[in-house]
Design a protein around this ligand. Structure first.
Ligand SMILES: *Cc1c(COP(=O)(O)O)cnc(C)c1O
Length: 415
């Protein structure tokens, strides 16, 4: 037997260390379509419980939208179930080209290439575009998939302190002799919910002859007046050289990602990006759903407007209740608890109250910055948010953390 007991033991020990370290992740089983009202089985085998979902990336409430489901169903009938091919052999249908065109129009770019996911887009794009004569300069809080993509690329790597434009400028000066400089940032940062200073980044890119890479996964569809993302919010539409984003969050939430931007860069990806060349095509059913999503978000800003109102209501409500949140304008609203155990206890009690949100602590966020990350959706109605606010208030009172300063909470519970 190849997998001998002593081998098994190695993995068992590592897994046990994760359990005792409190970093072992367990799946919550959702027994319903994705939405605001869901039924959850947690832990596995426990009785199912009806809860309000406050932790999905379903920002526009489109994950189970009837129009999207209907379009996907029709897609299944029109173009079948699977492609059994990568894109460049026999995996490109008319609908794939149509979706790429729609994304290009929506993002205001020159061209777009689909990937199986945004993780794959980020894994493929840097290596396809840059060489060892180039340099990548990334914000220190970029998404894990960007970190992985950068590892696969031979270009020199450097970073700048999170959103620190002075530090970025120093790095740009330092790397003036490289063939190409690529500044790399997320649009909305997923843990704090803050937005990149994209206008300043573009200004520096122009000053120091650099390109700009933006991963707008947590912004596409709802940030900016018409939901075009961080580039619209910051007034730099058309000035971003490479945008990656996901179809797996606001834009229907099924799966898929893309690289969108300068024509030649997208073409380089078609020629060289490995996840595009060597992984199967997004299935027709998902493509047709996503086409419908883009039609919906292009036709009206109703959903992103509602999300904005929900976000304002929620941020104001939590603040007035006396909880400490990370200031910002995105629908990612972290409720700061600082102490890791406290974040788990509060999340557990909220669940008992019928509110589903997850506590994050080190190593997902820095030590002493444990929190419950709440995420708003256009699928939330006032009654959802009122119930959730009442639950946060009740649980906050139980732990004595309402209307306390950060220091007072830390004095009570430690970091
Ligand atoms: C979610 C996310 C991804 C991954 O997207 P998938 O399509 O799910 O692979 C990549 N980058 C950022 C910034 C994300 O938030």
């Amino acid at each position: 037997m190849a997998f001998q007991e002593n081998v098994r033991e190695i993995f068992k020990q590592e897994l046990n260390a994760m359990r005792s370290g409190g970093i072992f992740k367990e799946e919550r089983i959702i027994c319903a379509p994705q939405g605001s009202d869901i039924e959850v089985e947690f832990p596995m085998g426990a009785a199912r419980k009806k809860v309000i979902n406050m932790c999905a990336n379903n920002y526009l409430g489109l994950s189970s939208h009837p129009d999207v489901v209907e379009a996907a169903r029709k897609g299944l009938d029109r173009r079948g179930y699977g492609m059994s091919s990568v894109r460049f052999i026999c995996g490109t249908q008319d609908i794939h080209k149509e979706l790429e065109k729609k994304l290009t129009e929506f993002l205001g770019t020159e061209d777009t290439i689909l990937f199986p996911s945004c993780m794959d887009a980020n894994a493929g794009v840097f290596e396809a575009v840059l060489t060892d004569q180039d340099v990548m300069i990334a914000d220190r809080l970029v998404h894990a998939s960007i970190v992985d993509g950068m590892r696969l690329c031979k270009a020199q790597q450097d970073t700048y302190k999170h959103s620190d434009m002075g530090h970025l400028e120093e790095k740009l000066q330092l790397h003036q002799s490289a063939r190409l400089r690529l500044i790399i940032t997320d649009g909305a940062f997923s843990m704090d919910g803050d937005l990149a200073k994209l206008d300043k980044i573009v200004e520096l890119a122009e000053k120091y002859n650099a390109m700009v890479f933006l991963d707008d996964s947590h912004a596409s569809g709802f940030i900016g007046k018409t939901g075009r993302g961080t580039q619209e919010h910051c007034g730099v539409m058309g000035k971003i050289d490479i945008i990656t984003t996901t179809l797996g969050k606001a834009l229907g939430g099924a799966s898929g990602g893309c690289v969108s931007g300068r024509r030649e860069i997208v073409e380089m990806c078609r020629q060289k990006a490995r996840p595009y060349l060597f992984s199967n095509t997004i299935p027709p059913v998902v493509v047709c759903g996503a086409i419908r999503v883009l039609e919906l978000v292009s036709a009206t800003t109703e959903r992103r407007d509602k999300l904005e109102r929900n976000t304002a209501f929620w941020r104001k409500g939590l603040t007035e209740a006396g909880l400490i949140i990370k200031e910002g304008e995105t629908p990612i609203v972290p409720v700061m608890l600082f102490n890791a155990k406290l974040s788990q206890d509060v999340a557990k009690d909220l669940y008992e109250e019928g509110i589903y949100a997850v506590g994050f602590f080190f190593p997902v966020v820095p030590k002493g910055q444990a929190r419950i990350r709440t995420q708003l959706s256009a699928a939330h109605e006032k009654h959802h948010l009122e119930k959730a606010l009442a639950a946060f208030t009740k649980v906050g009172k139980k732990y004595g953390i309402l209307h306390k300063t950060k220091q007072e909470v830390i004095d009570m519970y430690g970091m």
